[in-house]
Write a new protein. Structure first.
Length: 187
């Protein structure tokens, strides 16, 4: 019988993929040029999504479909073009809009490929601990991401899963190793 936590693990990875995409590939691309509230407002206007939906997609762990992904990506490309053409003004006078990097679809697939593959393979897993071991690098990134970007309170099942993952010795060991490396680097 399949471990019920596997579905929640897959969903958590999907939530991470969507949230990190909008945060890292869209919001972060413009944060040197526009205030975050303006980025969200413009995304809302260009995608036709309500402002609260933009915020939920970014922070609340919503999983959005391919159409929404394309709407965000198209909006980002339009925003970049408008900044470069001067149709939209940057709040930073000395900023160079040519440094805004919007990934091509091949680059998105390459960057998030391991996560996409793990999400697909999690459906075929039967045992939770084995699934975490088989997809450890992705699971660790998910845990690390949600340590920095906590889920809202209404995501109790996913939050409980994150607590369980954080309590695993292999996750704790990796966190300690990474902490020691950072201390050496900045030390």
């Amino acid at each position: 019988m399949k471990d019920k936590r596997l579905r929640n693990l897959r969903e958590l990875c999907e939530m991470y993929l969507c949230s990190s995409f909008i945060t890292e590939e869209i919001i972060s691309a413009f944060k040197e040029h526009l205030a975050q509230k303006d980025i969200r407002r413009i995304l809302s206007e260009k995608t036709g999504r309500e402002l609260n939906s933009i915020y939920r997609d970014e922070r609340a762990g919503n999983v959005f479909n391919a159409i929404t992904l394309i709407r965000y990506w198209k909006a980002a490309l339009e925003m970049k073009e408008e900044l470069m053409n001067g149709a939209m003004s940057s709040f930073t006078k000395n900023s160079d809009s040519s440094d805004i990097s919007i990934l091509e679809i091949e680059e998105i697939i390459r960057k998030y490929g391991e996560t996409i593959e793990s999400i697909s393979e999690l459906d075929g897993e039967i045992e939770f601990d084995e699934a975490v071991e088989n997809h450890f690098n992705v699971i660790y990134r998910v845990v690390e991401y949600y340590d920095k970007n906590p889920l809202p309170g209404n995501r109790m099942v996913k939050k409980q899963l994150l607590i369980e993952l954080n309590d695993r010795p292999d996750i704790r060991e990796r966190k300690n190793k990474m902490r020691i490396e950072r201390m050496k680097q900045y030390g």
